[in-house]
Design a protein around this ligand. Structure first.
Ligand code: C5P
Length: 208
């Protein structure tokens, strides 16, 4: 089936994990749209541009598939650069086209911030994945440092960074982070990745 499934939500809520697993289970391609914004920020920095001050429009148009495959796209400098460049309407317009083209051929599971509201407002199914800020910070910390007891000061710094990024994403005038009215809300505070996938698959099966 050529389904388009949108998965939106704030940072570190588990939307990427869900989108990837859902795509594998349903045999659909997966697109992590955060990588597009991250790659634009990285290419700008490499070119000596500041994602928070300079236009990223040309960089967004010139983005190559291999730019999405760098292993340094998830570092704090790029977290900040991506969320800065994501406020620029011409950058969003350039990336919109790529996102739509990706899913048109054979459907897709696409995760991001504005997939259900702007990129695919008519998606067959929309999920909005969320969790409390404390849980999200702990998960991101464990991804970065493993499962040992967290260093409290580092955890707090991470929580502050995540909250700052969420605020920026939710308050920007263009394509803010927002749950689409028809999105299924998935709160993951008390669910592990397996349980989130099982729940999402049960929603898919109840609809199609
Ligand atoms: O999802 P990820 O954390 O990798 O996204 C990085 C940044 O890219 C987000 O903080 C957000 O500012 C931006 N983004 C966006 N719209 C999307 C996906 C990501 O604005 N669809």
């Amino acid at each position: 089936m050529r389904l388009i499934i949108a998965v939106d939500g704030p940072a570190a809520a588990g939307k990427g994990t869900l989108a990837k697993a859902l795509a594998a289970a349903l045999d659909l391609p997966h697109l992590d749209t955060g990588l597009l914004y991250r790659a634009v920020a990285r290419q700008m920095i490499l070119a000596g541009l500041d994602p928070a001050a300079d236009s990223g429009e040309q960089t967004a148009h010139a983005l190559q598939p291999e730019d999405l495959q760098r292993n340094d796209l998830r570092v704090p400098e790029i977290d900040r650069g991506a969320s800065a460049v994501a406020t620029q309407p011409p950058v969003r317009a350039a990336l919109l086209k790529r996102q739509r083209e990706f899913a048109m051929a054979s459907g897709a599971v696409i995760d991001g911030r504005d997939i259900g509201t702007v990129v695919f407002p008519d998606a067959d199914l929309k999920f909005f994945v969320t969790a409390s800020a404390a849980v999200r910070a702990l998960r991101r910390y464990q991804q970065m440092h493993g499962m040992a007891d967290p260093v409290q000061a580092e955890l707090e710094e991470l929580a502050a960074e995540i909250e700052a990024r969420d605020r920026k994403d939710a308050e920007r005038p263009v394509s803010p982070l927002r749950k689409a009215d028809d999105a299924v809300l998935v709160e993951t505070d008390h669910l592990d990745a397996k349980a989130v996938l099982a729940h999402a698959l049960s929603v898919v099966r109840s609809r199609f």
